[in-house]
Design a protein around this ligand. Structure first.
Ligand code: ADP
Ligand code: MG
Length: 174
């Protein structure tokens, strides 16, 4: 099972939304995909999943809640791909999940208020050899300011990290 996780130090940057849209896309491509929710307090993916079921929205998504890495590992024979959604606060569990992942996505806004703590987290995580080459930032909820976007695109590689070329634009609603 390959694992892509979404981690961050801030809430509201799009971790859950990106994990969900990628899970849906992978399910449409016939992957055996799991949406793993490591945020048992918020249960945001659980509610989302229940809402899809109630409204009969296809494709069916397998969504489960976890609080231990061990339990995620135990599902590895059932799925070929897992998208992991985590809490808005990076802790030891975040580090464990990141070490287990094939890619660790850090969604971030373009403003320095969000970018700075995200880069600080990236630095912290990259101290682990098992994580340092897996970190990829995603510019998320990007607004109309070309200047902010350009600055963010330059700041991230300057800090030594990768950023996706594609950005996740801000929309009126999701
Ligand atoms: N591209 C976007 N444009 C506008 N709103 C977005 C976008 N992506 C996510 N949102 C909204 O922003 C809020 C926070 O997103 P969420 O994915 O829950 O963040 P996180 O999981 O990092 O806390 C949600 O209300 C979500 O619907
Ligand atoms: Mg979330």
């Amino acid at each position: 099972m390959r694992i892509a996780s979404f981690v961050g130090q801030k809430g509201g940057v799009g971790k859950s939304t990106l994990a969900r849209v990628l899970t849906v896309a992978a399910a449409r491509q016939e992957h055996k995909v799991l949406l793993a929710d490591f945020d048992p307090e918020q249960l945001s993916c659980v509610e989302w999943s229940a809402m899809r079921l109630r409204n009969g929205i296809a494709p069916d998504i397998e969504e489960r809640v976890f609080n231990k890495l061990k339990t995620l590992r135990e599902t590895a024979s059932e799925f070929d791909l897992a998208f992991v959604d985590t809490r808005g606060l990076a802790d030891e569990l975040t580090k464990d999940i990141s070490q287990e992942s094939d890619v660790v996505f850090l969604p971030t806004g373009t403003s320095m208020d969000v970018l700075r703590p995200t880069l600080a987290l990236a630095r912290r995580l990259s101290k682990s050899k098992k994580i340092s080459n897996k970190i990829v930032l995603i510019l998320s909820k990007v607004g109309r300011s070309e200047r902010l976007l350009q600055t963010a695109r330059e700041t991230i590689p300057d800090a030594g990290f990768e950023v996706l070329d594609n950005v996740w634009p801000e929309r009126d609603g999701f």
